[in-house]
Design a protein around this ligand. Structure first.
Ligand SMILES: NC(=O)c1ccc[n+]([C@@H]2O[C@H](COP(=O)([O-])OP(=O)(O)OC[C@H]3O[C@@H](n4cnc5c(N)ncnc54)[C@H](O)[C@@H]3O)[C@@H](O)[C@H]2O)c1
Ligand SMILES: [Zn+2]
Length: 345
């Protein structure tokens, strides 16, 4: 049985459990009778997270992949599938993804395609993966320089969130994940936003209290729109401009983390929310001040045309750009915006 003190968020087909001890994973596995257990790690989670989990598993197959988005591709999948095959994983086996969003997205994809699908479990070890990537069932890898181009939707058997994993996460990664926490508050929980305002530094946030609330926002949205037909677009708040910043950063050879680009994207989209969606000016100013204080600014020269990068996005129609904007704090909706000025000061 899982520890009764654990906070559990039930979803339609599985649960997200906040566990204080990794022994709870052992107990859960014991109730499932898997033929073989495999664990996917990257170089960092092997070093920092695997030693905490290892004592609770009985000689699992450990599969280690190199760290980073650059390895989130089909070549790495081939390596993972080969290891699964060599390690004797059959249809009754389970893959535990112990890592950030890269390990979770790719491990889930490999599990769901190996032998037409074996069970997988998400054990997210970054803030970004805990609040965002491990929820909602999107799995996949990058292909020919397009992010997440090949993949599928599938739910894990369980998600286990163990906050002590965050203790070894580099501060910059913590800040990057915090952008998605702030995003969830802004699009879906005005009360949470009020609490976050007094906490610009994620290193001092009480995650036991804050994380379940931020996850609830995503849970509500993905359950209402599991296959991204409509409502789920509000999760893209900050991401239309954010992706353009990531693309531009890549073209400049800059090292820009996803959450850093999203934070800068939110600043731009907050201003657009005031112009196009009725977000009051006072709210706009409060949010921009918070984001400018808490997140690194992007060195984007004024002549860089983010609009032209956004125009190339496949989701756009008739020259207009689809964006999720805020009507009020806690309420977002998708709007078609005409490209123009208004991204900067
Ligand atoms: N499926 C979804 O809905 C969804 C949503 C958002 C993002 N994503 C995907 O998630 C990925 C980004 O996730 P991420 O930011 O977690 O990246 P990541 O998996 O690359 O992890 C970031 C870095 O932290 C390291 N790390 C992880 N846990 C650690 C720990 N506890 N201690 C020390 N180091 C640790 C990793 O090795 C890596 O270097 C992207 O590929 C993105 O496409 C998916
Ligand atoms: Zn994101």
């Amino acid at each position: 049985m899982l520890n009764a003190k654990n906070h559990i968020i039930p979803l339609t087909d599985y649960s997200i459990s906040f566990i204080h001890s990794l022994e709870d994973i052992q107990a859960w596995l014991g109730s499932r009778n898997y033929t073989r257990i495999a664990v996917l790690v990257d170089e960092n989670t092997r070093q920092h997270c695997w030693p905490l989990l290892e004592p609770f598993l009985d000689s699992p197959l450990l599969i280690e992949i190199p760290t980073g988005e650059a390895y989130k591709n089909l070549e790495t999948c081939q390596y993972i599938w080969a290891q699964m095959l060599e390690g004797g994983l059959d249809r009754g086996s389970v893959l535990l993804n112990l890592g950030g969003g890269v390990v979770g997205d790719m491990g889930g994809f490999c599990a769901q395609t190996y032998m037409r699908g074996i069970d997988f479990v998400q054990i997210p070890t970054t803030l970004l993966a805990q609040v965002d990537a491990s929820i909602g069932g999107k799995l996949g890898v990058d292909f020919q320089h397009y992010k997440n181009m090949v993949g599928l939707f599938a739910d894990p058997e369980a998600v286990f969130i163990h906050l002590p994993f965050l203790e070894t996460l580099p501060h910059r990664q913590l800040v990057s994940g915090y952008a998605e926490v702030v995003k969830h508050a802004l699009i879906g929980d005005a009360g949470l936003w009020e609490e976050l305002q007094s906490q610009p530094d994620p290193a001092t946030v009480d995650w036991d209290k804050i994380l379940p609330r931020a996850i609830m926002v995503k849970k509500r949205i993905v359950e209402a729109d599991p296959l991204e037909k409509g409502l789920r677009q509000v999760l893209n708040f900050g991401h239309t401009v954010g992706h353009a910043i990531e693309t531009w950063g890549l073209s400049q050879g800059l090292d820009v983390l996803h959450g850093e680009a999203v934070a800068a994207g939110m600043i731009a989209e907050i201003r657009l929310s005031h112009q196009h969606a009725g977000l009051p000016e006072g709210e706009m100013n409060r949010i921009v001040t918070f984001l400018e204080k808490g997140f690194p600014s992007m060195p984007i020269a004024p002549e860089v045309d983010l609009w032209s990068i956004m125009r190339k996005d496949k989701k756009n129609r008739g020259g207009q750009i689809r964006m999720a904007l805020l009507e009020a704090v806690g309420r977002a909706k998708a709007i078609m915006v005409k490209p123009g000025a208004g991204l900067g000061e």
